[in-house]
Design a protein around this ligand. Structure first.
Ligand code: PLP
Length: 483
């Protein structure tokens, strides 16, 4: 118990514990490869180890660090392990952690420009930098009619874009009077589930989403998109929103933006581009082809928390017409009115997102960009994409395996040519070993293992060792299957 006249942590105590926390995090990173990548605890195990009731009197902060080691760490899946190849990554780095700590330290809430001007202005500025860094259209910059905003996740970014599109198509009427259930949304069969979720949340209804067929590389087939739109128009429906994906979750497929964009242009449909994982690769000139046709986009999002070295959460949403977004989300109660807001001289980011309040997320992104510079980030991304190509070639050389989708960037999709069951068993064996963590998907209805390379400290050696380990486990399994 703190034996002092204030209940709060003194500045000296804060410093002492703060240094310990930084040391704890540094030790964690130093030892991270000694932990099983996937947590091995059973459901409910952590809760059983925790006291049933909260402490009546305050405790020493040291107790928390002790419990971090004894109770929390066993229940952690180590997303920051260089042997984490599951899902898409959520990368953390020193500068991002420290930038986030500065944000926590300031503890501001940036809902309005006036509620902390630096929060808004740094965000607009860094998002403008990123337009140049990724070679995105100038219309996404804050000095045009558009602009960028940091959302928590790509799911929120898509939801906001969808709501803006819905408003635009109804000339703002939906905000006042609801809508008549005739709106249609299009995305590919391989698009992320967050698109359907946004459609549900927006009240459009999942029956009004059209999942467009894909080609042999799992990219949206624009001919099928056109057919679906024409059919809906014939049935007096309103095609309102197309979401194209640059880097699908299952296989990193790249939808053809030029063809899709032309269709959207012709029919006056809002085009949103979800580049959650892959978008960051466009910082390297040689990967900018992924954005061919991006000029057609009305909105675009990518996640620095996936591939741009910035801690979760950080998803950048850009729109070409900020009025559409703002009108769809604005609220203006008396207690939030400020003179500067009424003057249109500033952005109030509360009107660009679902929640009112917002953290100072730009600090971590700013720290990352300044610490690494464009060259540093490019070399990081190039390293991962090269490792993926290296792995893809190794897999291709072994006849027992097949690569299931083009290795465009940092995701390799493969399977042992045997049954789905074999691949399932192999994946279980690999993950139960604790040596690495991978997840699966289905491509052409075949159970496929996804090897996603994106964790900050993953090197080509980690990838090679993981492949050797996969071969070892495959051979063990081959032997038991023969018996
Ligand atoms: N879009 C794509 C292509 C994704 O791969 C993902 C997640 O992996 C998402 C959207 C959803 O991301 P978030 O967790 O930021 O909502």
């Amino acid at each position: 118990m703190n034996n002092k006249d204030t209940i709060h942590m003194s500045i000296n105590e804060f410093k002492e514990n703060g240094y310990k926390v930084i040391d704890w995090i540094a030790d964690y990173y130093e030892n991270i490869e000694s932990y099983p990548v996937l947590s091995t605890i059973k459901p409910g195990e952590l809760r059983k180890s925790l006291p049933k009731n909260p402490p009546k009197d305050g405790e020493n902060f040291n107790n928390i660090l002790t419990d971090m080691d004894d109770k929390i760490i066993p229940g952690v899946t180590h997303w920051q392990s260089p042997n984490f190849f599951a899902y898409f990554p959520c990368n953390a780095t020193g500068p991002a952690i420290l930038g986030d700590l500065l944000s926590s330290g300031l503890g501001i809430q940036g809902m309005l420009w006036a509620s902390s001007p630096a929060c808004t202005e740094l965000e607009s500025h860094v998002l403008d930098w990123l337009v140049d860094m990724l070679h995105l259209p100038e219309k996404f910059k804050s000095d045009s009619f558009g602009g960028g905003v940091i959302q928590d996740t790509a799911s929120s970014a898509t939801l906001c874009a969808l709501i803006a599109a819905r408003e635009k198509i109804s000339n703002g009427k939906i905000n006042e009077s609801g809508f008549d259930n005739s709106i249609r949304v299009y995305t590919s069969m391989e698009a992320h589930s967050s698109i359907e979720k946004a459609v549900k949340i927006a009240g459009i209804g999942s029956k009004n989403i059209r999942l467009i067929e894909v080609d042999q590389d799992f990219a949206m087939n624009p001919i099928k998109l056109r057919e679906a739109i024409n059919k809906d128009i014939k049935n007096r429906k309103i095609p309102a929103f197309v979401c194209a994906t640059i880097g699908t979750t299952s296989s990193s497929a790249i939808d053809p933006l030029n063809e899709i964009g032309e269709i959207c242009n012709e029919f006056g449909i809002w085009l949103h581009v979800d580049a959650a994982m892959a978008g960051s690769a466009s910082i390297c000139p040689e990967y900018r082809f992924i954005h061919d046709g991006i000029d057609y986009a009305d909105s675009y999002c990518f996640n620095p928390h996936k591939f741009l070295l910035t801690n979760f959460d950080c998803s950048c949403l850009y729109v070409s017409d900020r009025e559409a977004l703002i009108k769809s989300l604005t609220i203006n109660p008396e207690y939030l009115k400020t003179e500067v807001s009424q003057s249109d001289a500033v952005f109030d980011y509360r009107d660009w997102q679902v929640p009112l309040g917002r953290r100072f997320r730009a600090l971590k992104l700013w720290s990352v960009i300044r610490y690494y510079g464009i060259n540093g980030i490019q070399s990081h991304i190039r390293g991962h994409i090269k490792s993926a190509k290296f792995l893809s070639d190794l897999i291709t050389e072994d006849n027992r395996f097949e690569v299931m989708a083009p290795t465009v960037l940092n995701l390799v999709c493969f399977r042992y040519r045997e049954s789905n069951q074999f691949n399932k068993l192999l994946l279980n064996e690999l993950n139960n070993s604790g040596e690495l963590y991978l997840v699966h998907t289905k491509l052409n209805n075949k159970y496929t293992i996804r090897f996603s390379i994106g964790q900050t400290n993953t090197t080509k050696d980690h990838v090679l060792n993981a492949w050797k380990f996969i071969l070892k486990k495959t051979e063990e399994l081959e032997r038991t299957m023969v018996k």
